[in-house]
Design a protein around this ligand. Sequence first.
Ligand code: GDP
Ligand code: MG
Length: 441
Amino acid sequence: LSERLSGVFDRLTKQGALSEDDVKTALREVRVALLEADVSLPVARDFVKKVQEQATGQAVTKSITPGQQVVKIVHDALVDTLTGEGEPGALKIDNPPAPILMVGLQGSGKTTTTAKLAKRLTEKDGKRVLMASLDVNRPAAMEQLEILGRQIGVDTLPIVKGEDPVAIAKRAKTQASLGGYDVYMLDTAGRLHIDAELIQQAAQVRDVANPRETLLVVDGLTGQDAVNVATEFDDKIGVSGVVLTRMDGDGRGGAALSMRAVTGKPIKYVGLGEKMDAIETFEPDRIAGRILGMGDIVSLVEKAQETIEAEQAEKMMKRFQKGRFNLNDMKMQLEQMLKMGGMEGVMGMMPGMGKMAKQVQDSGFDDKILKQQIALIQSMTKMERANPQILQASRKKRIAKGAGMEVSELNKLLKMQRQMGDMMKKMGKGGMLKQAMKGMF
Ligand code: GDP
Ligand code: MG
């Protein structure tokens, strides 16, 4: 596929903008790549259509080929679709003891994943975890969890023969409260297929435990089936997140894309083997690369990205050196900061900014504020962004209202823009700006 793609891309002509034909030709190959990666047909079709609309007419960036550019657009769109809201892998486990319900088909990896997550929560997050097996169907299922628990040093609820899943869930809850646990995990029984009994059982347990997270464990190698399973579980039980297992296999991970596109549920973790450490938070970037299928495409994309960002940085720097720093520049900066791990991350990279980073942090300036500031700038007209000095009281009122904020917050933003502008000017003179920008892009 790699060769086929680059062949097609080499033939794309280099004009001012990506032509519809160029994009179509490239996307035909991308569609094949998606299907080969086990993305479901309707999802692949929708995805390609979306990218087609985005890409056609886009100006060709001068230092990369149109083919690279289409790949970059495809890659970014994949990452976009794969990205769930919130921190990757974050679980709602405040208010101890927090119940986590694990559901899924038999053999999907529920028990293994329960233990892997328990280990992670214990070791990484310092949580006290209690695991309980509710699998009364399969002989030795409860012992399986007990053995894993002993192996990883996590407590399991003592086994009482003859209890039903609801009774076990109740006992786990009591034990977790009395024992001062932060989290208790309920590992349910699965079936080979979804049936009424399985769903009913899981629903009863859910009603008793009132789980903070209901994690659906699905076999990442099962492609379209995985999506059907997810839809069904979500409809009937309600799922808060997905764990894709067997991503160490040679499947391409297309299930991830279909899953996100169809159910909209965040993929929280991926299972990468049978060992207890073989679990990672879901990284959209990595799966996007895998779906496109090959290292050289990914490195192509990375190179394209670097080039584009370097060009942007260059342009911006020229403006700063001339002492120009308007709200458009600021918006770009703020967005870039968000992308790079927020305020703290960026400030840390800039020489001489350590102290300011600390001040900023102490003043409670966090990513939420970054987003609010971007919203404020967005609610300005083009002219206002380029010429912040024209902002009088009435304009300010309108802008603040448009962003759902107070004028005082807008004033803070404007003050910061002026300060940043001054700083840029000063730094530009000393050549420090160049150095600082290098760290940022
Ligand atoms: P359950 O029936 O859903 O509880 O599934 P289990 O947790 O018992 O797992 C079934 C089998 O799949 C076991 O042999 C696990 O070791 C294996 N397994 C689970 N997760 C993964 C994974 O991410 N990668 C691989 N290769 N095997 C896994
Ligand atoms: Mg099991």
